[in-house]
Design a protein around this ligand. Sequence first.
Ligand code: PLP
Length: 398
Amino acid sequence: MTLHTGRHFLQIPGPTNVPDRVLRAIDQPTIDHRGPEFAELGREVLHGLKAVFKTSGPVIVYPASGTGAWEAAIVNTLSPGDKVLAFETGHFATLWREIAERFGLEVDFVSGNWREGVDPLTVEGKLREDTNHAIKAVMVVHNETSTGVASRIGEVRKAMDSAGHPALLMVDTISSLGSIDYRHEEWKVDVTVGGSQKGLMLPPGLSFNAIGEKALEASKTARSYRSFWDWQAMLGPNKDGFFPYTPATNLLYGLRESLDMLLDEEGLSNVFARHDRLAEATRRAVCAWDLEILCTKPEEYSSSLTAILMPDGHDADRLRKIILERFDMSLGAGLGKLKGRVFRVGHLGAFNDLMLAGTLSGVEMGLELAGVPHKKGGVQAAMDYLAQEAAEGGSKAA
Ligand SMILES: *Cc1c(COP(=O)(O)O)cnc(C)c1O
């Protein structure tokens, strides 16, 4: 092992860098989860989460990775044999589909090229064709973490409305929540799936279901087997800030701290603007390097991460290995069929202008060391943009 000094750069698109103050909040004695002190913590985080999802309805917290919350969304609302509509936007959409199939759902999986988001016109067309309303749910990944493409959920909602179709809308926001604008209630999303280790700046280990009224109704008749994931078991004790089984108390301390940071201190709209700015600076670097951004539609660029295509004949994993060994920086790998073809730069969570400048410097030096054909000046292009934004934005800057 090479000796490294200073901080590791964790620039994968999740888990993200956990702020020191969140780590310190977690480092407290674990308390009685049936006692009054816990009730206060429980009520506080369950309330704060509503603002992050932009909902007035309940948000369920599971001691689980995001995959658990995917499963929870399915087993609480659907029955074996139900038809659902899903979209091959990338690796994560493909994994969610596999879970649905394991629970006996019939998935109409609209194929995609992993470079674009969900096409709202396709949603409308598919639902209009489904005249007898066999489709029970539309499943969409908001920010496809494997590709750096963000689907336009508001437009997907409009497409469902204009088709006049009653299917549930279920959205995975694991890598967009707290990073990219998202509105559970306004967009009439029925179940939103979230996770702790990305925009919420927490360690892995918590995941969420925000639930709308229609989904709650559906849960009363859904026949999928469920026990651990059952919403009803959670909703009762949650009213008083409690959980039906031992919660991840220390992660909830961390969540209370991160909610303070996102909602009370920076404010969600500033959080989103910061992510937009850092994403734009990253793209300017990629363009200056003369490399290609995987996402082909500017209106679908992700503010959480950027996936960058390697020139033909060059392996992204070799580049990532050189950067890790020499500069102690982790970048995201190409997943599924993109393995070796792309690397992904995470620019979400607890992150600022200088961390981005360091990240891009590591990439630019790595490209040189790995012998990847590129132009110089990516870091400079990003810095020029960030400095100009700072001059225009004044005190808004990070
Ligand atoms: C990270 C991620 C997941 C998987 O979450 P785990 O916590 O690894 O189970 C699912 N969907 C998206 C969009 C993600 O980014």
